[in-house]
Design a protein around this ligand. Structure first.
Ligand code: CA
Length: 231
């Protein structure tokens, strides 16, 4: 049993989701306003195991809600419901700190499967005794299940998307990978898009990884191509 917050202003959709999640044995709360949801999450930090967050909301949009959450150090898993599946919108959600997304209209079974994925990860994060898979590089350790990056004494909590991108770059160490390959192979996005959105992810990863993010030693820009990770 998990405690889920649904943030959706279309009452029939929110109530339909509530009905189905309760049938799965979850405890469910619903907010129809972005600001109210943000206030609730920040006031009840340990309450929720996952959030289903619509993008178009009164009060504060979904992108902004997740951005404020992450800025406040709140890393509850967030599944965003996007109205369109355009890569630019999807990337905006990931940039804001969402863990996963689902374009509307969606199949209920797909939503439940995505939610189970997020909750499983949540469980891993809470079980310290669990044998986590780690990726070690350049004196850094990335915990692939807790999505935590350790750099010396410091630990950073990554989102799933940040972690996926970093893993991909590390596993292709020494090779230049194109922005297009990153979109397709990391996030399964095939349409043409503004691939510069990826650059913002790299900027964030550099802040975690690099001693001086303005003079990167590990996450290198390869002009005209994309990026390259070197140890
Ligand atoms: Ca809406």
């Amino acid at each position: 049993m998990s405690h889920i917050l649904i943030v959706e202003d279309e009452a029939h959709l929110a109530e339909g989701l509530r009905f189905n999640l309760e049938a799965e044995g979850h405890v469910v709360d619903v907010d129809g306003d972005g600001q109210a949801a943000l206030d609730r999450l920040l006031a009840n930090r340990a309450t929720y195991d996952a959030v289903i967050l619509d993008v178009m909301l009164p009060g504060r949009n979904g992108f902004d809600v997740v951005k404020q959450l992450r800025a406040a150090g709140h890393f509850v898993p967030v599944l965003m419901l996007t109205a369109r599946s355009r890569p630019a919108d999807v990337l905006q959600g990931f940039e804001a700190g969402a863990d996963d997304y689902l374009p509307k209209p969606f199949e209920l079974q797909i939503l439940l499967a995505r939610l189970r994925g997020l909750l499983r990860r949540r469980q891993w994060m809470q079980q310290d005794q669990h044998e986590h898979e780690h990726l070690t590089f350049a004196g850094r350790t990335l915990d692939l299940e807790a999505l935590e990056l350790k750099v010396g004494e410091k630990a950073y909590q990554l989102t799933q998307m940040e972690s996926d991108l970093l893993q991909y770059l590390v596993r292709n160490a020494g090779r230049a990978v194109s922005r297009k390959a990153i979109l397709e192979e990391v996030w399964d996005l095939h349409e043409d898009t503004d691939t510069r959105a990826i650059d913002n992810f790299i900027v964030r990863l550099r802040r975690y990884l690099e001693v001086d993010p303005t003079k990167p030693q590990h996450l290198l820009t390869v002009r005209g191509v994309g990026y390259k990770f070197v140890e």
